[in-house]
Design a protein around this ligand. Structure first.
Ligand code: PLP
Length: 393
């Protein structure tokens, strides 16, 4: 069967490819440690499960409005008010089947053939593919390791063309864990305002912040920037609800209306019961969110120290999310590999540690390690990486 050109041109997710290989080795009886996970390893908090069960038994198992239940939109509006001091109307919010689906729908709604979207590197794997699927053109700017993987205002100015429609800012970042400060966001935002570029602010890791770092949404800097920004967020990472598929977009009414129309012809609505779970996530106690954050921070502190002691591994300390993104180019060279992809493949084959090569994120000298797994597994994994580097030099 000949597939449509737009699908033939898709790059499969590197994260999923590694996970599949790790699964295959595990099925063969190998003791594989998977550090590829993009989801918290905690169960969804009990009060959220109870709310979903109650909703189900009360008969909330039917279609909902395409843009999401009003009660959920109200919970999201209250969250924006409490966390960022931002005021939104329900016509400025759409609930989708996960943040990924909110982004997909957004690109379908804003892009015409050939419109450019600026995507800083390293980037989350789905951004360029989603832009291409909507007929857009991804334009990458290198977030250099020397600048904590962040882009500068000058780089942004240089990348803008008459075709530039939007820029994606993902802070805290997947895969780097880096966070843009208020001043950095303001400088980038000024340029976007000057050139009338839509800012897509993916804040899905907003609740996972460590040390003295602070999350600032670009939309809270000024009313002009709020007008120019679509915020993407969801409950997947904050409340350990990846499988429930609830995310949302907030911003310009016309864009949200377009997204809602599109959703009405694609998904109809996000799963009803999952929406009730998300209401409980936002309206209920946030203690479990903080407990999970603390557990991630404890792991990060311990594992960062051990990882950076390995010869040939250099790593910036992440300020958020649950990933480490070390540069392992030297370690790969020392162990006789011509590139990091081969190093990562051999590590999985020989030491049974699954990490994701940075090439999939546009950063071929790095690898992504997720610490969304137990400390015990993490410590074992780092020991194995150390052994692999030491034995193969
Ligand atoms: N944005 C980023 C940067 C992510 O890492 C992810 C998930 O991995 C998402 C969006 C999608 O989240 P969701 O599970 O809500 O679709």
């Amino acid at each position: 069967m000949r597939l449509a050109n737009r699908v033939s041109a898709l790059t499969p997710s590197t994260t999923l490819a590694i996970t599949a290989k790790a699964k295959e080795l595990r099925a063969q009886g190998h003791d594989v440690i998977g550090l590829g996970a993009g989801e918290p390893d905690f169960n969804t908090p009990e009060h959220i499960l109870e709310a979903a069960s109650k909703a189900m038994h009360e008969g909330h198992t039917k279609y909902t409005p395409s843009g999401g239940l009003i009660a959920l939109k109200e919970a999201i509006i209250a969250k924006f008010k409490n966390d960022q001091g931002l005021t939104y109307d329900s016509s400025e919010i759409i609930v989708c089947s996960g943040a990924k689906h909110a982004l997909y729908t957004l690109f379908q709604v804003i892009l015409n053939e050939g419109d450019e979207v600026i995507i800083p590197t390293p980037y989350w794997v789905s951004y360029p593919e989603q832009v291409k699927l909507a007929g857009g053109k991804p334009v990458h700017i290198d977030g250099l390791e020397d600048n904590e993987f962040k882009i500068t205002p000058k780089q942004l100015e240089n990348a803008i063309t008459p075709q530039t429609k939007a820029i994606i800012i993902n802070s805290p970042s997947n895969p780097t864990g880096m966070i843009y400060s208020k001043q950095e966001l303001n400088e980038l935002g000024e340029i976007c305002l000057k050139h009338n570029i839509l800012i897509i602010s993916d804040e899905i890791y907003e609740k996972l912040i460590y040390g003295a770092a602070k999350h600032v949404s670009i939309a809270e800097i000024s009313s002009e920037l709020k007008e120019q920004t679509i915020i993407i967020n969801g409950v997947s990472k904050s409340h350990s609800m990846t499988g429930w598929r609830i995310g949302y977009a907030a911003g310009n009414k016309e864009i949200i209306k377009g997204m809602t129309n599109l959703a009405s012809h694609s998904t109809s609505n996000p799963t009803s019961v999952a929406q009730f779970a998300a209401i409980a996530a936002y309206n209920g106690s946030q203690d479990t969110v903080e407990e999970m954050r603390k557990a991630f921070e404890e792991r990060l502190t311990i594992i960062f120290e051990k990882l950076t002691q390995i010869t040939g591994v250099a790593c910036l300390k992440p300020e958020g999310a649950f990933y480490l993104f070390p540069n392992v180019k030297k370690a790969a060279e020392l162990t006789g590999f011509s590139n990091v992809d081969e190093f990562a493949a051999a590590l999985l084959e020989k030491e049974k540690v699954a990490i994701v090569p940075g090439s999939g994120f546009g950063s071929p000298d790095n690898v992504r390690l997720s610490y969304a797994t137990s400390l015990d597994q993490l410590e074992k994994a780092v020991e194995r990486i150390q052994k692999f580097v030491n034995e193969n030099q």
